[in-house]
Design a protein around this ligand. Structure first.
Ligand SMILES: [Zn+2]
Length: 208
Protein backbone atom coordinates (compact mmCIF):
# COMPACT_ATOMS: atom_id res chain seq x y z
CA UNK A 1 0.00 0.00 0.00
CA UNK A 2 2.87 2.33 0.83
CA UNK A 3 4.40 1.69 -2.58
CA UNK A 4 1.04 2.41 -4.16
CA UNK A 5 0.95 5.79 -2.43
CA UNK A 6 4.42 6.60 -3.79
CA UNK A 7 3.29 5.58 -7.30
CA UNK A 8 -0.01 7.49 -7.13
CA UNK A 9 -1.35 9.13 -10.23
CA UNK A 10 -0.07 12.70 -10.17
CA UNK A 11 -2.96 14.18 -12.09
CA UNK A 12 -5.53 12.78 -9.65
CA UNK A 13 -3.53 14.10 -6.72
CA UNK A 14 -3.17 17.51 -8.29
CA UNK A 15 -6.97 17.59 -8.30
CA UNK A 16 -7.17 16.49 -4.66
CA UNK A 17 -4.64 19.12 -3.67
CA UNK A 18 -6.53 21.77 -5.57
CA UNK A 19 -9.86 20.81 -3.92
CA UNK A 20 -8.23 20.83 -0.47
CA UNK A 21 -6.76 24.28 -1.18
CA UNK A 22 -10.23 25.58 -1.97
CA UNK A 23 -11.44 24.23 1.39
CA UNK A 24 -8.56 25.71 3.40
CA UNK A 25 -8.94 29.01 5.22
CA UNK A 26 -7.17 32.24 4.22
CA UNK A 27 -4.92 31.91 1.19
CA UNK A 28 -4.69 28.11 1.22
CA UNK A 29 -3.37 27.98 4.76
CA UNK A 30 -2.50 24.81 6.67
CA UNK A 31 -5.60 23.30 8.31
CA UNK A 32 -3.74 22.74 11.59
CA UNK A 33 -1.80 25.96 12.27
CA UNK A 34 -3.76 28.31 9.89
CA UNK A 35 -0.50 30.20 9.39
CA UNK A 36 1.84 28.59 6.86
CA UNK A 37 1.02 27.69 3.27
CA UNK A 38 -0.73 24.33 2.99
CA UNK A 39 1.72 22.41 0.82
CA UNK A 40 1.24 18.75 1.75
CA UNK A 41 -1.66 16.35 1.40
CA UNK A 42 -1.82 15.12 4.97
CA UNK A 43 -3.36 11.82 6.08
CA UNK A 44 -5.29 12.52 9.28
CA UNK A 45 -5.16 8.78 10.10
CA UNK A 46 -1.43 8.15 9.36
CA UNK A 47 -1.02 6.03 6.25
CA UNK A 48 1.78 4.00 7.87
CA UNK A 49 -0.56 2.85 10.68
CA UNK A 50 -3.82 2.77 8.70
CA UNK A 51 -2.85 1.86 5.11
CA UNK A 52 -6.48 1.03 4.32
CA UNK A 53 -7.21 4.76 4.65
CA UNK A 54 -4.34 5.92 2.41
CA UNK A 55 -6.66 6.54 -0.55
CA UNK A 56 -9.76 7.66 1.31
CA UNK A 57 -10.87 11.23 0.51
CA UNK A 58 -12.24 11.65 4.06
CA UNK A 59 -8.73 11.14 5.36
CA UNK A 60 -7.09 13.98 3.41
CA UNK A 61 -6.24 17.38 4.82
CA UNK A 62 -4.02 20.20 3.63
CA UNK A 63 -1.10 20.85 5.98
CA UNK A 64 2.19 22.72 6.00
CA UNK A 65 5.40 20.71 6.10
CA UNK A 66 6.13 22.04 9.62
CA UNK A 67 2.90 20.65 11.10
CA UNK A 68 3.04 17.50 9.00
CA UNK A 69 6.70 16.52 9.29
CA UNK A 70 7.94 18.18 12.49
CA UNK A 71 4.92 17.89 14.77
CA UNK A 72 2.13 15.43 13.94
CA UNK A 73 4.25 12.89 12.03
CA UNK A 74 2.91 9.41 12.91
CA UNK A 75 1.30 10.51 16.17
CA UNK A 76 -2.37 9.56 16.39
CA UNK A 77 -3.70 9.21 19.95
CA UNK A 78 -7.03 7.42 20.40
CA UNK A 79 -9.55 7.52 23.22
CA UNK A 80 -10.86 4.45 25.04
CA UNK A 81 -13.48 3.92 22.35
CA UNK A 82 -10.81 3.88 19.64
CA UNK A 83 -11.79 7.31 18.31
CA UNK A 84 -9.15 9.94 17.42
CA UNK A 85 -8.13 12.15 20.32
CA UNK A 86 -7.32 14.92 17.83
CA UNK A 87 -9.55 17.62 16.32
CA UNK A 88 -10.42 16.81 12.69
CA UNK A 89 -10.36 20.34 11.20
CA UNK A 90 -12.78 19.71 8.32
CA UNK A 91 -15.55 18.09 10.38
CA UNK A 92 -15.19 19.40 13.95
CA UNK A 93 -15.42 22.89 15.45
CA UNK A 94 -12.15 23.64 17.27
CA UNK A 95 -14.11 25.91 19.62
CA UNK A 96 -15.65 22.82 21.21
CA UNK A 97 -12.17 21.80 22.36
CA UNK A 98 -10.01 24.93 22.52
CA UNK A 99 -10.20 28.42 24.01
CA UNK A 100 -8.13 31.27 22.58
CA UNK A 101 -6.75 33.86 25.00
CA UNK A 102 -6.48 36.99 22.87
CA UNK A 103 -3.90 38.76 25.04
CA UNK A 104 -1.40 35.88 24.88
CA UNK A 105 -2.38 34.20 21.62
CA UNK A 106 -2.36 30.88 23.50
CA UNK A 107 -4.86 28.08 23.05
CA UNK A 108 -6.06 26.47 26.28
CA UNK A 109 -7.66 23.04 26.21
CA UNK A 110 -11.34 22.64 26.96
CA UNK A 111 -11.29 18.85 26.53
CA UNK A 112 -8.72 16.01 26.44
CA UNK A 113 -9.02 16.14 22.63
CA UNK A 114 -8.13 19.83 22.75
CA UNK A 115 -5.10 19.09 24.94
CA UNK A 116 -3.78 16.38 22.63
CA UNK A 117 -4.37 18.60 19.60
CA UNK A 118 -2.27 21.40 21.13
CA UNK A 119 0.55 18.91 21.82
CA UNK A 120 0.47 16.85 18.63
CA UNK A 121 -0.14 19.71 16.15
CA UNK A 122 2.36 21.94 18.01
CA UNK A 123 -0.21 24.74 18.45
CA UNK A 124 1.88 26.04 21.37
CA UNK A 125 4.68 27.23 19.03
CA UNK A 126 5.93 30.68 19.96
CA UNK A 127 5.58 31.92 16.36
CA UNK A 128 1.94 30.79 16.28
CA UNK A 129 1.11 32.49 19.59
CA UNK A 130 2.74 35.73 18.44
CA UNK A 131 0.93 35.41 15.11
CA UNK A 132 -2.47 34.99 16.81
CA UNK A 133 -1.85 38.02 19.05
CA UNK A 134 -0.89 40.09 16.05
CA UNK A 135 -3.86 38.75 14.02
CA UNK A 136 -6.25 39.86 16.79
CA UNK A 137 -4.90 43.44 16.55
CA UNK A 138 -4.76 43.54 12.74
CA UNK A 139 -8.28 42.13 12.32
CA UNK A 140 -9.57 44.74 14.79
CA UNK A 141 -7.86 47.54 12.82
CA UNK A 142 -9.21 46.25 9.50
CA UNK A 143 -12.71 46.19 10.97
CA UNK A 144 -12.32 49.84 11.98
CA UNK A 145 -11.23 50.70 8.43
CA UNK A 146 -14.18 48.74 7.10
CA UNK A 147 -16.55 50.79 9.28
CA UNK A 148 -14.91 54.02 8.07
CA UNK A 149 -15.22 53.01 4.41
CA UNK A 150 -18.89 52.04 4.83
CA UNK A 151 -19.70 55.31 6.58
CA UNK A 152 -18.20 57.19 3.58
CA UNK A 153 -20.15 54.93 1.17
CA UNK A 154 -16.77 53.94 -0.25
CA UNK A 155 -17.92 50.46 -1.22
CA UNK A 156 -14.91 49.65 -3.35
CA UNK A 157 -12.61 50.06 -0.35
CA UNK A 158 -15.07 48.24 1.92
CA UNK A 159 -15.14 45.20 -0.40
CA UNK A 160 -11.37 45.18 -0.67
CA UNK A 161 -11.05 45.24 3.16
CA UNK A 162 -13.59 42.41 3.37
CA UNK A 163 -11.44 40.36 0.97
CA UNK A 164 -8.29 41.10 2.97
CA UNK A 165 -10.00 40.01 6.18
CA UNK A 166 -11.32 36.79 4.66
CA UNK A 167 -7.89 35.90 3.25
CA UNK A 168 -5.92 36.76 6.36
CA UNK A 169 -4.09 33.84 8.05
CA UNK A 170 -5.31 32.64 11.47
CA UNK A 171 -8.94 32.53 10.35
CA UNK A 172 -9.73 31.01 13.76
CA UNK A 173 -8.75 34.29 15.43
CA UNK A 174 -11.38 36.15 13.40
CA UNK A 175 -13.99 33.58 14.47
CA UNK A 176 -12.92 34.01 18.11
CA UNK A 177 -13.12 37.77 17.86
CA UNK A 178 -16.68 37.54 16.52
CA UNK A 179 -17.61 35.13 19.34
CA UNK A 180 -15.99 37.38 21.94
CA UNK A 181 -17.88 40.41 20.62
CA UNK A 182 -21.16 38.70 21.59
CA UNK A 183 -20.09 38.31 25.23
CA UNK A 184 -21.23 40.75 27.93
CA UNK A 185 -17.58 41.48 28.84
CA UNK A 186 -16.53 42.02 25.21
CA UNK A 187 -15.20 45.53 25.89
CA UNK A 188 -12.43 44.02 28.04
CA UNK A 189 -10.97 42.39 24.92
CA UNK A 190 -12.09 44.43 21.91
CA UNK A 191 -11.87 48.16 21.19
CA UNK A 192 -15.29 49.74 21.65
CA UNK A 193 -15.18 51.36 18.20
CA UNK A 194 -14.57 47.94 16.73
CA UNK A 195 -17.53 46.54 18.68
CA UNK A 196 -19.67 49.36 17.27
CA UNK A 197 -18.67 48.34 13.71
CA UNK A 198 -19.62 44.72 14.41
CA UNK A 199 -22.92 45.89 15.84
CA UNK A 200 -23.69 48.18 12.90
CA UNK A 201 -22.73 45.66 10.19
CA UNK A 202 -23.90 42.29 11.54
CA UNK A 203 -23.26 40.54 8.19
CA UNK A 204 -19.56 40.54 9.13
CA UNK A 205 -20.38 37.56 11.36
CA UNK A 206 -21.13 35.49 8.25
CA UNK A 207 -18.03 36.37 6.26
CA UNK A 208 -16.08 33.24 7.20
ZN1 LIG B 1 0.75 24.11 9.73
Amino acid sequence: MYKLWEARNNQAFDEIRSTLRSMASGLERCMYCEDSAGTDIEHFWPKSLYPERAFSWDNYLLACSGCNSNYKREQFPLDEAGQPLLIEPTSEDPRDHLVLTSKTGKFEARTPKGQKSIEVFGLFRDALEKGRRSAWRIISLLLLHYGDACSRSDWRTAISIQQDLCQYPFAGVFVWLIDTAARPDAAMFIDERCLAVLDKYPDIKDWL
